[in-house]
Ligand binder design. Structure first.
Ligand code: ARG
Length: 446
């Protein structure tokens, strides 16, 4: 059996082979199930344009579906010397069903094969990320509701500023996830278009039915212009990576807050001992390593769209092998982000809040604006009230009244968590996952 789809009379130099394959045999395992699904759609279409006979299609489909199940059951590998997942599946097929297997590559190239694999992978992985984000969102909202009456100082310039609350703090990160999902939804829609049929990037002289493969794969539209479809390689990954980076940025900020609030100097929250780690020299230490590692991992994830930009920036249109390197940056992002989200959710659930923070003398000036507003509500012009309270503070005459009366939307006394939840649910509902699930079920049914 030839080990390269393209090898003819000359055998490629071993070092060149190793160098060009790089991490592909490992990376392409992420794409394997989608490569089979893409082939199912492509061959189903080839039969309708007469390039595969109906009885041949039956045999191809049966074998592809069996390979799909092997992949799902962990029984699929890319063998030593085989370049990539596309080659492995074509070789397997030809080994098992003979010459019929050699027909499946009519009208396509590995360039549009990997394009479609990536799109299908991204679509499924985005769905999984949305589910993880939804779970974290619900936990943040429930913590916000649970601790809505617990006041903490709010800071500007890291100086004690105005009263805030755990209701606001937890709820702020929940609402931040809505922004992140809105961006992810845009990325999902950019991704949800079918590049299959662009072949090497310039289409084919076969009368391919691209509308048909679009429907078979449950895409929202054809990615029409074949040159444009090929230019989507790298660009789509950057757009999706950027959306993932948005979620990472939210979690990184939450993690920093949590580390800071957990420090003895703040003592707003405490992590249960079993959620902290110790020091090899200082016997008293209980460190918030999970939040620290999450912050670092999230910051690392945020660099990935920039790394993808660096790889794609100086490429003209058309396929280049440079694009292969993006896979090793991009494909593991989803698993990493999912593990961070799950861990951070666990931590958020376990946080013990200090209900007494606001009683501490050192925070008394956070009530200064409350006092100014009280005077202004009673008729004193705001600027005069501001000056009076300022002078009282300077003269040591200010005594705080810790009663908080914030009632407008989104404030301590009116968090609007129900409206935030409705907006979140509305955003999630705009992701169309059903169409592709139905399409996959149909393609994989015998
Ligand atoms: N491993 C390649 C990639 O990820 C697959 C496409 C190969 N195409 C080619 N023209 N050499 O880009």
């Amino acid at each position: 059996m030839a080990s390269k789809l393209w090898e003819k009379s000359v055998k490629v130099n071993h070092d060149v082979e190793t160098y060009t394959i790089g991490l592909d045999r490992e990376m392409d395992l992420y794409l394997a199930p989608y490569d089979v699904i893409g082939s199912l759609a492509h061959t189903t279409m080839l039969e309708t344009i007469g390039l595969i006979a109906p009885d041949e299609l039956k045999i191809i489909r049966k074998e592809l579906i069996s390979i799909y199940h092997d992949i799902q059951n962990g029984k699929f590998t890319i063998d030593e010397g085989i370049e990539d997942v596309h080659s492995q599946i074509e070789f397997l097929l030809t080994e098992r069903i003979g010459d019929i297997g050699k027909k499946i590559h009519s009208g396509r190239s590995r360039n549009d094969q990997v394009l479609v694999d990536l799109r299908l992978f991204m679509r499924s992985e985005i769905e999984s990320i949305v589910n993880h984000v939804e779970s974290l969102f619900n936990t943040l909202i429930s913590q916000s509701e649970r601790y809505k009456d617990v006041i903490i100082p709010g800071y500007t310039h890291l100086q004690v500023a105005m009263p805030s609350s755990f209701g606001l703090w937890f709820g702020a990160y929940a609402e931040a996830l809505i922004d992140d999902l809105m961006v992810l939804l845009a990325a999902y829609n950019v991704n949800n278009r079918n590049p299959l049929g662009s072949a090497a990037g310039y289409g084919s002289s076969f009368p391919l039915n691209r509308t048909m493969t679009t429907q078979l794969l449950g895409f929202a539209s054809v990615d029409f212009n074949v040159v444009h479809a090929q230019m989507g390689r790298g660009k789509t990954e950057r757009i999706v990576a950027n959306a993932l980076a948005g979620i990472a940025a939210t979690i990184s900020k939450l993690s920093f807050d949590a580390c800071m609030f957990n420090s003895q100097n703040f003592a707003f929250i405490k992590l249960p001992d079993e959620f902290t780690t110790g020091s090899s020299i200082m016997p008293h230490k209980k460190n918030p390593d999970v939040f620290e590692l999450s912050r670092a991992k999230c910051n690392k994830l945020q660099s990935i769209p920039y790394q993808i930009s660096m790889i794609t920036n100086n490429l003209p249109s058309g396929y280049f092998r440079d694009l292969q390197i993006i896979k090793e940056l991009f494909l593991p992002m989803f698993d990493e982000l999912k593990s961070i989200i799950s861990m951070v959710e666990k931590m958020v659930l376990s946080i013990k809040v200090n209900t007494e923070v606001a009683l501490d003398e050192r925070y008394k000036y956070m009530y200064s604006v409350e006092e100014v507003n009280r005077l202004a509500s009673n008729g004193m012009p705001f600027r005069d009230a501001y000056k009076k309270v300022g002078l009282d503070i300077e003269a040591g005459l200010f005594t705080p009244d810790p009663a908080i009366h914030h009632s407008h939307e989104g404030s301590i006394g009116n968090l609007c968590n129900d409206r935030i939840t409705a907006l979140f649910n509305d955003t999630v509902a705009q992701f169309d996952f059903d169409t592709y699930h139905k399409a996959f079920d149909e393609l994989l049914s015998c």
